[in-house]
Every structure is written in structure tokens, then in C-alpha cells.
Design a protein around this ligand. Structure first.
Ligand SMILES: Nc1ncnc2c1ncn2[C@@H]1O[C@H](COP(=O)(O)OP(=O)(O)OP(=O)(O)O)[C@@H](O)[C@H]1O
Length: 265
């Protein structure tokens, strides 16, 4: 099976409001896939379907060959251990040291003896260049370091997929580039797949293999990163060149302005 995750005709509505309107996409094994889209296009909703937190109104998400909405809570919980997640807010426990933050998911989800947990924690921290930071408290870390600890923690249970939601938000250019390179390095060294949801095109273009552009609940463009860079597709161009107006409108939908000014309708 080449695809780790498959999204098939996925629809989602919050009440009457349709947000995902037939998304099709795949995350192949070994690849880093970018998902781009303007604010409100449905990216977070899509990610919540990747993890089985939401039920589709129609369509399905299959992860490692299993349709998520058909699983029991126990089955879903077990399968989720194969997904690591890193969000914009690192989610570290502020009253636990870096070491204890890292050990937590291992103690929760395995019966490994403490010496093995220690070796694993130090190995995972070493992979993000922070082995020596294990005694520090989260408040003693810079923003970039905190994000790297969260990345190391996302790899704790040996996931097959890591999902990064806005991993670059609020970082200085050096930390941003470090995090981007680490996403690629971890992906390749661990032989996993990665999904990166971001607005930060410049950095992500350097590390993603394939990009999906989402607008108004559907995929409007997709392709290998190299193809996308030269694409003439108006959506892709608007994103790549950060144009404020284009297919994604600057103005909230409204009546024509002259009509409004002369008080018609
Ligand atoms: N729990 C909810 N109940 C009702 N509407 C929601 C809910 N969550 C999101 N929405 C709406 O669904 C639409 C898509 O939201 P979503 O958060 O998935 O978009 P997004 O692309 O992730 O946006 P952003 O980049 O700003 O986080 C938005 O219009 C939002 O207001």
C-alpha cells in the first residue's frame, strides 16, 4: 500500500454550514505533503478528520488501510498512536521538565521500563539537537526550542505520520528554517510521512514534495512542488506571490458598491 492516508470525497458541515465539500487527497508513504489555504478555507476541519476527531457528513478518511469513522473508540485510540501531532501552540506541560514532557506519552502508552524510557527520551531529544536541554522547564526554552521539543514529543510513540499545524507561526527566520529542515530530516530519517499545514510558502516550498491548495472546502490545485512553482493557475499564483486579491477575494461578498452608495435595494 503506497498511501498512508486517503481522503475520499470528504464532506463536513457544521450544522447547516458546509465547510468541506468533497475533498480528495492522499498522503503517500515517505512524503512530506503541504496543505495551503486561506484562513477559513477548512484546513483545521480537514486535520480533525485526519485524526478521526470529526465524523464526515459524507465520504471517508482511511489511515493505514482503516476507515476512521468505522472504528470503535478503542481502535481509534490505538491507531492515533501512529499519528504524531505538533501544533502552533507547543502544548508542553508547563509544570513538567522537558524530560518529563517527553516521558509522559511513553509512560501513558507503553509498559516500557524506566531505563528504556530514559534512553528513548534522550535519543528523541538528540534528533532535534536538544539532548542537553532535558532538565530545563518549558519557561526556560526559546520559542524555537519549545517547538523542537514538541516535535521530539510528536515522535515519541514512533508514529507513521506526523501532522504539523502552522509549525512556523511566530518564529524568527533562523528558528523557522531550523524547524523546516527538521521536518524534512525527521521525515526521511524515521521513514515516515508528514503533513504540513501552513501559510509560510517560502519555507515550506523548500521541504515539501507535493502541495494541495484548498479553497472554500475543495482542492483547487495540487501538484509536485516544482510544478507548482511554475504554475499559471490563478489560485497557486495568488498564494505563491502573496497577492492580496485574486480568486481568493479581498472583499467580503457584498452588493456592488455604487448600488450601496446610492441606496439602491
Ligand atoms: N466548531 C465549529 N462550529 C461551527 N463552525 C466552525 C467550527 N469550526 C470551524 N468553523 C467554521 O468553518 C470554517 C472553516 O474553518 P477552519 O478552522 O477549518 O478553517 P482554516 O482554514 O483552518 O482557518 P484558519 O487558517 O484561520 O485556522 C470557518 O468559516 C469557521 O468559522
Amino acid at each position: 500500500m503506497d498511501n498512508l492516508l486517503e481522503v475520499d470525497n470528504l464532506h463536513h458541515a457544521y450544522g447547516e454550514r458546509a465547510v468541506l465539500k468533497g475533498i480528495n487527497l492522499t498522503i503517500p508513504r515517505g512524503k512530506v505533503v503541504g496543505i495551503m489555504g486561506a484562513s477559513g478555507s477548512g484546513k483545521s476541519t480537514l486535520l480533525r478528520h485526519f485524526t478521526g476527531q470529526l465524523h464526515p457528513s459524507r465520504g471517508s478518511v482511511k489511515f493505514m488501510g482503516q476507515v476512521l469513522h468505522e472504528l470503535s473508540n478503542d481502535e481509534l485510540y490505538k491507531l492515533r498512536l501512529k499519528m504524531g501531532m505538533m501544533f502552533q501552540v507547543s502544548g508542553l506541560f508547563t509544570d513538567l521538565s522537558v524530560y518529563e514532557n517527553m516521558a509522559f506519552p511513553l509512560r501513558e502508552n507503553t509498559n516500557l521500563p524506566e531505563e528504556v524510557i530514559r534512553d528513548l527520551v534522550l535519543m528523541k531529544l538528540q534528533a532535534v539537537g536538544l539532548r542537553n536541554a532535558h532538565k530545563l522547564m518549558p519557561s526556560q526554552l526559546s520559542g524555537g526550542m519549545e517547538r523542537r521539543v514538541a516535535m521530539a514529543r510528536a515522535t515519541a510513540t514512533d508514529p507513521a505520520l506526523i501532522i504539523y499545524d502552522e509549525p512556523f507561526a511566530g518564529l524568527d527566520p533562523i528558528s523557522l528554517s531550523t524547524i523546516a529542515n527538521l521536518i524534512r530530516k525527521l521525515n526521511d530519517a524515521l521513514g515516515i510521512s508528514s503533513v504540513v499545514v501552513t501559510y509560510d510558502l517560502a519555507e515550506s516550498l523548500k521541504i515539501v514534495d507535493y502541495i494541495y491548495f484548498i479553497h472554500d472546502g475543495v482542492v483547487v490545485a495540487e501538484g509536485e512542488t516544482s510544478e507548482m512553482i511554475g504554475s499559471q493557475d490563478p489560485f497557486v499564483r495568488q498564494f505563491l506571490h502573496a497577492q492580496p486579491d485574486g480568486p481568493v477575494p479581498f472583499h467580503y461578498p457584498s452588493k456592488p458598491y455604487p448600488d450601496e452608495l446610492i441606496g439602491k435595494g
